[in-house]
Each structure stands twice: as C-alpha cells, then as structure tokens.
Write a protein that binds this ligand. Sequence first.
Ligand code: SAH
Ligand code: SF4
Length: 351
Amino acid sequence: MDHKKLKIVLEEKNQPAFRYKQITKAILRDAITSFEDISTLPKELRAILSEELPILPFTLMNVVISADKRAMKALFMLSDGKIIESVLISPKPGMWSACISCQVGCAMSCDFCATGKLGLKRDLTTDEIVSQAIFWRGYLKNEKIDGTYANIVYMGMGEPMMNWDNVKESIEVLTDADLCNFPNRGLSVSTSGIVSGIKKFADTFGQVNLAISLHFASDEKRSKYMPVNKGNNLEQLKEALQYYLRKNKRKLFIEYIMLDKINDTHEDAVMLAEYLRSVGTMHLLHVNLIRYNAIDGDHVPSTKNTVQNFKKDLDDLGISATIRKSIGDDIHGACGQLAGHVVRERRDKQE
Ligand code: SAH
Ligand code: SF4
C-alpha cells in the first residue's frame, strides 16, 4: 500500500488524523490483507479505500512451493503487465527470510545470472518493492505458517544501487517504526559492486547489512564475467569497501559464487585471501561461498568437494567463510535463478 497516497485519500475524505495510523498499522504491520477486514473502520470508508487504493500494487499469479517446503516463490504481475519474482525461504527451521526484487530484469549482464539475461525492463517503485515484503508477511499469517519473519534481503531481481532512490525509500519505509517497523539489522542489500552506490549506502544506512557480490579476485576474470567491473574495478571497489568499513565498523559480507574450474582453484583462494587482506579490517569481512545454480548450459557448478577444499584453503589463509546451502533450486528460486522461466522458455523456443 502506498502510504503517501493513503494520506492524500484520507485528507480528501476529511478523515480524522488517527485514521492514518490505524490503517498503516493494520496493513503494514499487522498483515491485514483487505480494508474490509479492518473492523474498526467505518463501513463506508472501507468501501472507499477498497475502491481507491490497492493494498498490493501487483497481482499474485501463483506461488510455487519447493518439495522440502523451505522455499516458496511468488510470481507477481505489475500494473503494466510486467512480471517479477519474489521468494520466501527458511534458512533455519522457524525462521523466514524474504528475498525481494528491486528491478524488472537487470542491466548489469553478469554472465552467470538469469535476471541479467533479461536486460533491464524497468525500475520498481518504492511501493512495488515494499509490498513484496508485506505480501510475505500476510502469506505467513494466512497460510498459518509458524516461525519468525526475520529477514528481508534485496537479493532478488535487479541491482539495488541502480535504482537507488526507490531502494533507499523502500528501506526507510520498511524500517520506519510507524510504517512497517522491520528491524534495520534484519535487512540486507546485495550489490554487484557499484562503487558510488556503496559509498551512498555507507553514508545513509549504518545498521542495514551490505553484501558484495565479488565472485572473482582478478580484474581480468571479473571483467569477463561481470561487466560492472569495467567501471568499478577491484582497486576502486577496495576503496569503497574501506570507506564503508571506516564509517560503519559493521560486518561486510562477501559473496563468492563457485564455478567449476573458473574461480575455484587453490590459486583463486590465494588471490581472494590476498585481495581481502588488502582491504584490511579482516575481522569485519565474511565470505559466503555459493555453489553456482545452473540456469542454462553455459556453466558448471564446482563440485561439493572443491567447495569444501576452497573453504579449507580460506580457513588456512585466515579468512572466515561459510558455505551457503542452496535452498529452493527445485523451484528455480535460488540465487541467480529468478526469471529463469523466461530464459528457459526462450531457449526451448530456439531449440
Ligand atoms: N544484483 C545484486 C543482487 C541480486 S543477485 C547482486 O548482484 O548482488 C543475488 C546474488 O545471487 C548475487 O550475489 C549474485 O551474484 C548471485 N547469483 C547470480 N546468479 C547466480 C547463480 N546462477 N548461482 C548462484 N548465485 C548467483
Ligand atoms: Fe544483476 Fe545481480 Fe544478476 Fe548481476 S547478479 S545481472 S547485478 S541481478
């Protein structure tokens, strides 16, 4: 629900000031999914709001649930017919994390990512971003799924720093105690390494987590698989990371996708360790190793054994690292697989 529009509608209808708080609480915090269900509102006002203000700015097309029931993927149709995906995963029993999108497609063209293959269609509005998180809160409630709704991660479709104004506003709305009231520390933003964006983020959000999709520790390889590296090379990225760490003294997450024989050798581990050491403040850096999730026939994930060895190499080199378990790949809801349905359909047509 667009809270700014709500304010205007209520003013136009000469409603008392407390109505705004009453409605934002019901919709944005208590996961009530229809104005009709806000029993404290006069009947007439419920009808006006239902007519004038969509609670969600998109239509739910379907929800697909993984076999282990630890991942659910929703497909939403936006008002202009474009489609986005949003995922709810349970990284631990009793804990839920929403992975939300900030753009339709993405312009960054990372070679291993399904969203990147779509190109950028458009930015999402603040309301479209926030509403994904609100949708999942309502879904947990309505489906009577137990557990804490603990995290919201900007790791769905799109590059957050390329839609900075709306992403910034969405974080403000999500964490505002009078609006959605999510804890700052429960939010994480992931970026492919846009230097100017990392600096703005550091200046604006001291409590929200930041993850950097590093994936390669040599400029040559990084530029080959991640075109973003051409204008934001490893040296420039290092300065941005140092800026962030100086300002926030908070743990910074380094994402490292593992691609067979491309970035998973002992030499790659040594290069990664050297790069991270050069950033400094080692105790604030934590590496997440993510086995590549297949999206097409282009690449092969590193073997589980290789991932284990890579982690051991990092341990020996004094770098703290975790192997991130992939959740939801059977419903194509894992990292980098969003919009995979479009890529698969396209490929099927070509064959
Ligand atoms: N655009 C942002 C956030 C969305 S992508 C970013 O790139 O950081 C979320 C994470 O999934 C990123 O770390 C991204 O590099 C990773 N990813 C992309 N494609 C993937 C794939 N096929 N397998 C595993 N991880 C992938
Ligand atoms: Fe965009 Fe992130 Fe995918 Fe790269 S990995 S194409 S930045 S969504």
